[in-house]
Design a protein around this ligand. Sequence first.
Ligand code: ZN
Ligand code: ZN
Ligand code: ZN
Length: 117
Amino acid sequence: MKVLDELSKTHLALSQSELESTFRKVDRITLYRALRDFEEAGIVHKIVDMNGTTRFAICSDDCPDATHNEEHVHFNCQRCHKMFCLQHTHIPDIQLPPGFTHSGINVLVQGVCNKCS
Ligand SMILES: [Zn+2]
Ligand SMILES: [Zn+2]
Ligand SMILES: [Zn+2]
């Protein structure tokens, strides 16, 4: 599937409309279903960017399955508005109050990327 090629050759997280503009011939529903299936299969993961847009990025090889336990940082550049999936930047352990357990952590860092700085 071409969507996966597109996502795996970039370390960016792409929105559905960015993917749509890459593949002019694909229809919305097909793309939406494909992304949802890939997410359930543990191939892509979703991140919501600073504007509230859902983006998709390819999972690392050690991503277990639909639980998406890869805990890495996402970076949103305030100049080019690109969302980077920083697979090698791990989220440090977070200490929660007694009685709280976490099932997922979402860390979104905002700033300026290496191409814009
Ligand atoms: Zn994953
Ligand atoms: Zn940038
Ligand atoms: Zn990611």
